[in-house]
Design a protein around this ligand. Structure first.
Ligand SMILES: *[C@@H]1O[C@H](CO)[C@@H](O)[C@H](O)[C@H]1NC(C)=O
Ligand SMILES: *[C@@H]1O[C@H](CO)[C@@H](O)[C@H](O)[C@H]1NC(C)=O
Length: 774
């Protein structure tokens, strides 16, 4: 017996050793083969997570605690706890933009979905959910394969796309608070492993999502003002009905397990040192349960760039007392010990943060022993770049691309009648630029030129410009190429040299000589040309809108790894475009508005035009929600009782507020949850496809008040839904209207009110008035 046992023992020890040196083993705590750590209460999966986290924190020395307050958290070998990397990125696919993910093992790339601004253009929350879900699965597969040292992803970016020049507008779902909030909740539920409706997972997380950048962060670097020093002056009113709603939705509906506080200050206070924001609003008011990270080096800049705190120790005390938990950077590693010694903060302030941090790691299953035996342990490398995910990336691109112009039905082109094609432009022959920023290595690269060549054999290419910046152009050569072809496709727009993190645009027109190239080529071509714009932010292309030589315009954002295929499918009529713009396209003259002015509402006295479709008073090149299709759709509101009257005057004790324009209003908070719930009503809308092609069509429902001005939005999106209709088909869809949620707006104190008077529900031209009595 004995030798056999010994042999067994040696064998186990040997295999354990192999396990330890095997770099493809995911890092986890509470290894069941290690009896000393297995006995700790923090390893007992039967105990509540809060109790386990408390037990773990109580075992740490002060130095060990401090080592956990930064993004690269050190291992604690005596407790069998490996290191942890808090910083990973997954904006539109698992990326290696953060240090937590490595594509150097079996898994070499991940599905690269369209950049978020294009995904948003589908107005399809279920699609956003499925993308989040796919990304979460791929992330877990990377962890299981030993290629992730962290499972906390710093996405989604849900700041409002307030100004068209913002270099990171591409990362966001656009300018509307409802769309952005829905995107946030859908993406987070998907990534974290919840159901689409939410509420399926209690504690466990497939991966952890993080809503950023909290809050009012939407300027990177504009005319000498950068995000590190920018103090965003935001009114309570704008905060309440523009800047905060996406974060509220991300927390309350999405149940996000992470929040990132932003670099900028808001009304003088750095976001990461604002206890009102982090503790009172997010945790107490919205019920946030999770961890709060700083943006990278956002703690350091509070001292070094903003001069907000006197000493480094004061900064440490400010952020930890405000409710921040982990510092991306090393500032807390360096200065926390002295801060404790100087009694600027207590060890219990640190414990509070650690409790949140370890709770999230436990919810990820990283303290449950070998993850192969856990909930998400069976997600293997074959889930990454799976056919299903690659098709989803293609669908997202198809459903997002927006048809902006289609004169004389130039599109779709006929594959059989187009004998030759000229493709012109610097954006036509790159696979990488289709991805946008925060992209990892994708499953595949295919350029628009390659795909078009596979449709039309006789396809000739000329870049036209030296680069996207187009400071030098070979216009004559491009004209010669164009003249020789039946049809011409110009692939123009922007790329990351024009708009990105740390780079806002100065102008809204196309860079360099692009416009001149387009006009000249279009004029010389045999037939009207097709113009394809790749860009995150909007471009003033008024010239092309009115140029009869430019027959069709498509906006494709940065459409991701399958974007080139989606574009060709749309051009040749294999897919009917249905995307709609998630942001206003402003004219170039908008650049006279200082980007630093955060006000959403217009100001008549100074000529300040306001921002986004909800408030902007000027002309736009294309409006929010604009988008054509190869089909025509008609709409009708079919709800039985027109001229509905809503009585919100149920209680005589309620405050009625009179504005200075003497409109009576009532506070939503005083109406009460139950009353708000009872007064919801459905409206039905019939939608018919009059075209010859099937199509997926998003229907947008807006509300507006007949009374204008005084801080009221011009109109406000209150719902959106997609219908898929074959040629000639009609269907009915239903929206639930909640007066408290949908007919309210913020007053100057930042409180939501419903005003007396006529509110109008609007679906593309069709209107449905409701009288509200308070
Ligand atoms: C992958 O890269 C990471 C970070 O550079 C490194 O720690 C790890 O050992 C690498 N793995 C392999 C298999 O090369
Ligand atoms: C609400 O207003 C309507 C119309 O003015 C009135 O008939 C009704 O009595 C009011 N209800 C209450 C509870 O005050």
């Amino acid at each position: 017996m004995r030798p056999k046992n010994l042999c067994f023992f040696t064998f186990t020890l040997f295999s354990l050793l192999i396990l330890r040196v095997d770099s493809t083993q995911p890092p986890f705590s509470c290894d069941s083969s290690n009896p000393s750590t297995q006995a700790f209460p923090f390893c007992k999966t039967t105990l509540p997570i809060s109790q386990r986290a408390r037990d773990l924190v109580s075992r740490l020395t002060l130095d060990e605690k401090i080592s956990q307050l930064v993004n690269s958290a050190s291992p604690i070998p005596r407790l069998g706890i490996p290191g942890y990397e808090w910083w990973s990125e997954a904006l539109h696919g698992v990326a290696n933009a953060g240090p937590g993910i490595h594509f150097n093992g079996t898994i070499k790339g991940a599905t690269s979905f369209p950049q978020v601004i294009l995904t948003a253009a589908s107005f399809d929350a279920y699609q956003w959910y499925r993308i989040g879900q796919a990304i979460g699965k791929e992330a877990r597969a990377l962890y299981n394969a030993g290629q992730a040292t962290g499972m906390t992803f710093w996405a989604p970016n849900i700041n409002i796309f307030r100004d068209p020049r913002w270099g990171r507008g591409q990362e966001t779902p656009g300018e509307d608070p409802l769309v952005t909030g829905k995107y946030a909740a859908s993406y987070v539920r998907g990534l974290q492993g919840d159901s689409f409706e939410g509420g399926k997972i209690e504690g466990h997380l497939q991966a952890s999502a993080c809503c950023k950048h909290f809050t009012a962060y939407d300027l990177d670097n504009w005319k000498g003002t950068n995000r590190f020093v920018f103090d965003a002056r935001v009114t309570m009113q704008d905060l309440a009905d523009t800047y905060q709603p996406p974060f509220k939705s991300c927390v309350e509906e999405g149940r996000a397990s992470g929040i990132m506080c932003a670099y900028n200050r808001v009304n003088g206070v750095p976001s990461c040192a604002d206890s009102n924001l982090l503790s009172k609003t997010a945790r107490a008011q919205w019920g946030f349960r999770g961890y709060i990270t700083s943006d990278c080096d956002a703690v350091l800049i509070i001292h070094d760039n903003q001069g907000y705190a006197k000493s480094p120790e004061d900064v440490v005390a400010d952020v930890l007392k405000a409710g921040m938990d982990v510092n991306c950077g090393s500032y807390l590693q360096k200065h926390t010990k002295v801060a404790v010694e100087k009694k600027k903060l207590t060890e219990s302030d640190i414990d509070r943060a650690l409790h949140n941090l370890f709770s999230v790691r436990m919810r990820l299953g990283l303290f449950d022993g070998n993850p192969e035996r856990q909930l998400f342990g069976n997600i293997g490398p074959n889930q990454v770049c799976s056919q299903e995910h690659q098709i989803l990336a293609l669908e997202a691109a198809r459903n997002g691309i927006v048809l902006l112009k289609n004169s004389a039905k130039l599109l779709p082109l006929s594959k059989s009648k187009t004998k030759s094609l000229a493709v012109i432009g610097p954006n036509a022959n790159s696979g990488q630029m289709l991805l946008g920023n925060y992209a990892g290595p994708s499953c595949r690269f295919v350029t628009p030129l390659q795909v078009l060549q596979s449709y039309i054999k006789l396809t000739v290419y000329h870049p036209g410009c030296d680069t996207v910046q187009c400071s030098s152009a070979l216009i004559d050569r491009a004209v010669d190429v164009a003249k020789g072809a039946d049809n011409v496709v110009l692939m123009m727009g922007l790329d990351q040299t024009q708009e990105r993190e740390e780079l806002d645009r100065r102008d809204l027109v196309l860079p360099g000589r692009q416009q001149e190239l387009i006009i000249t080529v279009a004029k010389a071509a045999k037939n009207p040309v097709v113009l394809v714009l790749l860009s995150g932010g909007p471009v003033d292309i008024s010239f092309a809108k009115y140029d009869k030589n430019i027959g069709s315009i498509l906006w494709a954002g940065y459409p991701g790894e399958a974007g080139a295929i989606a574009l060709a499918e749309i051009m040749f009529g294999e897919h009917n475009p249905g995307g709609r713009l998630p942001m206003t396209w402003y004219p170039q003259e908008f650049v006279k508005v200082p980007m630093t002015d955060m006000r959403m509402r217009p100001e008549t006295s100074s000529g300040y035009p306001g921002r986004t479709y909800r408030f902007y008073k000027g002309q736009s090149v294309f409006e929010f929600g604009y988008g054509l299709s190869y089909s025509k759709y008609s709409y009708e509101l079919t709800t039985a009782s027109r001229n509905k009257v809503l009585y919100l005057n149920q209680s005589s004790t309620m405050h009625i507020i009179n504005n200075f324009d003497s409109v009576r209003s009532t506070l939503v908070s005083e109406l009460g949850k139950e009353f708000c719930e009872q007064n919801k009503f459905p409206i039905r809308i019939g939608v018919k496809n009059h075209g010859e092609m099937a199509g997926k069509h998003p229907v947008l429902l807006f509300a507006r008040q007949t009374k204008h001005g005084n801080g009221r939005p011009r109109k406000q999106l209150i719902g959106f839904q997609s219908v898929i209709l074959s040629a000639g088909e009609r269907a009915e869809i239903e929206f639930e209207v909640s007066p408290c949620e949908h007919l309210s707006r913020a007053n100057e104190d930042g409180l939501m009110v419903v005003e007396e008077g006529t509110h109008v529900l609007v679906v593309e031209g069709d209107e449905y008035p409701i009288s509200v009595v308070v």
